[in-house]
Design a binder for this molecule. Sequence first.
Ligand SMILES: Nc1nc2c(ncn2[C@@H]2O[C@H](COP(=O)(O)OP(=O)(O)O)[C@@H](O)[C@H]2O)c(=O)[nH]1
Ligand SMILES: [Mg+2]
Length: 284
Amino acid sequence: MEAAHESGTDVLESETNRFTLCGPASSSEPTLSIVIPTLNEEDGIEEVLQAVIGALRELDVSGEIIVADSSTDRTPDIARNHGAIVTEPDRSGYGAAYLDGFTQARGDIIVMGDADTTYDFSELPKLIETMLETNADMVIGSRLDGEIRPDAMPPLHQHVGNPMLTRLLNTLFDAEFSDTHSGFRVFTSDALAEIDPETTGMEFASEMLINAAREDLLIEEVPITYHPRVGEAELESFRDGWRHIRFMIGEWGRNAAAVRTVIGLFSWLSCCCSHHTTCHSPHW
Ligand SMILES: Nc1nc2c(ncn2[C@@H]2O[C@H](COP(=O)(O)OP(=O)(O)O)[C@@H](O)[C@H]2O)c(=O)[nH]1
Ligand SMILES: [Mg+2]
């Protein structure tokens, strides 16, 4: 991880790395890749892209914007008109869109966030600066430690769903996140290779953090402001909440089964080594 951080920091701080938006035809290598999944976000995408470009200007860094789009509205046209690279994932789902966008990303640092104006990309410099100051592998924008604007999140999500899912993930995977469902995250391309996510639905958000915790990556959190959504949400609270819970328990069960196997193997070996005559083979 060290090398990636150094190269990310060096490139960001180098004299030649001035603001450029690397479009589809650009042969230059961007430092930052901003990946945004879109499903019919024509009402919000323009404001979001303008904020991303403003953040790249403020950071004075070269970047590319990859919009992983499954829309049937004008979203991809608006994205292209603002210099974004538009990809078309061949599977549906939030995770599938990110997996598709990540394969195109060329930057040392990758940013993820929604296209619905809920995350304020003008806060991106704050996340990047924290990453560079702390040498973190990943920085998460925390809504629950920050500010949630009126009407940005249903009270049930704010006070029950998100804190409960965060606490469950922390308990099962021995982690200390404050907001596991924030979709505003920054990480190095090396960290992404270690996280190696593969789920295609909304549980992708949990999978990334579970894998990051398992890999012992250095993760920092920064308070952010969460805004009301523009356009219709595709989220179905209970169905998506259940997908997260089922995924977390499944992953935890996989861990528990592995631990039982190792304990079984060790007890069997220690039994054999202590010359007992009847050692039963381990059960797994
Ligand atoms: N390409 C693609 N994008 C999606 C899909 N589902 C959600 N998105 C996008 O992913 C982001 C997060 O989805 P959103 O509905 O805002 O979920 P929430 O933030 O959890 O409420 C938004 O920018 C959506 O447009 C999908 O199936 N395909
Ligand atoms: Mg959203």
